[in-house]
Design a protein around this ligand. Structure first.
Ligand code: 3NM
Ligand code: MG
Length: 542
């Protein structure tokens, strides 16, 4: 009988000095088994057959004690000699089909795949599981064929969802997985509309073998994997718009920012730095403008929020963004992505893909063309159906509700589908803003045309959102002021856009130039009016 396998944390060994050091492999694996790894693959590209067999036997003994299967990389003969549970075959090794003939039906056979085509073949040949990779570039294996990222993994899972045989195959992904990214890898590949297949587990080498304490490393990874279906900041269902408490919740969110003075960490372009910092201060947040990813791990511990503004997408900037995103993801603090000009050039389209692969975003905000670029980069199914102009109703609404080419019903449909698909909150800005967490979707008609006449308002709205998200979950905020993340985003938009309306009304405002200081004043005034309860009850209640 073929054993049933729990693939949650799949350990692949490495005996090279760079990873194992001078330690004893069997001892390191034993520690990892105590920490809870659920499968072990013995992978050794250098040793002679005799040594392979004797190490494999020693490993098998330890694995049996922990009731964990042992798989041998590449060497069908070694697997037969030690009578362990199976083999793992790369694309250059014996084919799954040949190996099955030799090993029979009771052994586990796994295959490395990096494309849909390879996955198809492995399934047809009767593989029991697929090792999908390489997810991220890794020092452990230099000669990997392709770095496919989380989106590459998703495409393969998506394909496997489509028929019964491939749906039931187990899958792990491999390449550069460690504690800082295991949750987002799982979260970004978990079941979603359009496909319902998810990873059975993740495979790691260095995160355990190179660790000074393999037992704790394994324990920590398995804990993170099992607790990663929803990241800490995943949007929750909001009943906001079906209840009369909506105004009060928004006011609480405004107070929470005032009380907790959350850090908003901006990685943004030179043009908006000063303005964004002033907007943050007037709203009650503490801005830090730092494009240096190396200080993000320290800043991420301060219960703040990060905004990544893709305005500058040089290769170095992208590396810095990725570092910072990883640091915030690792502690579960919010990250807002502003994919500035994402659809405009090939460089930006590539940068967007790179960033979407770099981590989990709590909110993605952009104008219509940017959100469409995100939908394309994320592979949202049926995008052309969503954006096709088909009904006369949509033709009529065009131009009234948005500056883009989508009707309001198309816009609502797009943001809600994309939010569901990406498991995140999507804000599409325009003269009407469309906000969705995949469950609640709203259109917001506040704001003023002057916001479109001065530079950086879109970017600074990202700043505001990060501060509101941070405050909504800050330990410095009293329980009664805490709101769900959807409400926090909504409150940020309303505070921002109602301030713009208020500023535009001021007698001293003659145009976009004088609007800027008036806008800062209004942001501040609204906050203080809310905090000091001077606001009339009808505010926000339309
Ligand atoms: N196979 P780490 S990547 C053994 O892509 C292996 O097929 C890969 O090591 C593949 O967890 C890889 O240290 C090495 O990044 C993974
Ligand atoms: Mg191989």
């Amino acid at each position: 009988m073929k054993p049933t396998v729990d693939y949650s944390l799949y350990l692949v060994t490495d005996s090279t000095e760079a990873i194992l050091g001078k330690r004893n492999l069997v001892h390191v694996v034993e520690e990892a088994l105590k920490g809870g790894v659920t499968v072990v693959q013995y992978r050794d590209k250098k040793s002679d057959t005799g040594a392979l067999i004797s190490t494999a036997k020693a490993l098998h003994e330890k694995c049996l004690q922990h009731k964990v299967p042992l798989i041998i990389n590449d060497r069908v003969d070694v697997a037969l000699a030690v009578d362990c549970e199976g083999v793992h075959l790369g694309q250059d090794d014996m084919s799954v089909f040949e190996a099955r003939k030799i090993l029979g039906s009771t052994k586990i056979i796994g295959a490395t795949v990096s494309t849909i085509q390879e996955a198809k073949v492995a399934v047809e040949h009767g593989a029991d599981y697929l090792g999908i990779g390489t997810v991220y570039a890794t020092d452990t294996k230099k000669n990997t064929k392709d770095i496919i990222g989380v989106y590459g993994v998703r495409q393969i899972l998506h394909h496997l969802s489509h028929n019964e045989k491939s749906f039931s195959i187990d899958t792990v992904c491999i390449g550069g997985i460690n504690a800082s990214n295991i949750q987002r890898v799982h979260q970004q590949t978990c079941a979603r509309p359009g496909y319902s297949k998810q990873l059975s587990g993740v495979a790691v080498v260095s995160a355990i073998i190179a660790s000074a304490d393999p037992q704790s490393a394994a324990q920590h990874l398995i804990h993170l994997f099992k607790n990663s279906n929803r990241p800490k900041f995943a949007p929750r269902i909001s009943k906001l718009f079906s209840s009369s408490v909506k105004g009060r919740k928004v006011l609480n969110a405004i107070k929470a920012v005032h009380n907790s003075k959350p850090l908003t960490h901006n990685m943004t372009n030179l043009v908006v730095q000063n303005f964004a910092a002033n907007v943050a201060l007037c709203m009650g947040a503490s801005p830090i403008m730092s494009n240096n990813g190396s200080e993000a791990p320290d800043l991420a511990t301060l219960e703040g929020g990060l905004v990544v503004n893709m305005g500058t997408s040089t290769p170095d900037a992208l590396l810095q963004y990725r570092r910072a995103i990883e640091a915030y993801n690792a502690v579960g603090n919010p990250v807002v992505l502003d994919p500035v000009g994402a659809g405009a050039t090939t460089v930006r389209r590539d940068a967007l893909k790179y960033l979407l692969n770099s981590g989990y975003f709590t909110v993605i905000k952009g104008n219509q063309s940017e959100i469409l670029a995100v939908a394309k980069a994320a592979g949202l199914p049926d995008l052309s159906l969503i954006t096709a102009s088909d009904s006369s109703e949509s033709q009529q609404q065009r131009g009234v509700d948005s500056q883009g080419s989508l009707s309001s019903s198309q816009a609502l449909n797009l943001v809600s589908k994309l939010a569901k698909w990406e498991h995140t909150t999507i804000l599409m800005t325009g003269s009407t803003d469309y906000l969705s967490d995949g469950t609640s979707t709203v259109a917001i008609k506040n704001g003023h045309a002057y916001l479109g006449s001065i530079t950086g308002t879109g970017c600074t709205l990202g700043t505001a959102i990060s501060a509101y998200l941070a405050a909504s979950n800050s330990s410095a905020s009293p329980e009664e002021l805490k709101v769900d993340s959807f409400t926090a985003v909504l409150a940020a938009i309303l505070h921002f856009e109602i301030a713009a309306e208020d500023a535009a009304q001021k007698a001293s405002v003659e145009g976009p130039g004088t609007f800027v200081p008036a806008f800062l004043d209004s942001l501040y005034k609204i906050r203080m009016d809310v905090v000091e309860e001077r606001l009339d009850q009808g505010w926000l209640d339309q």
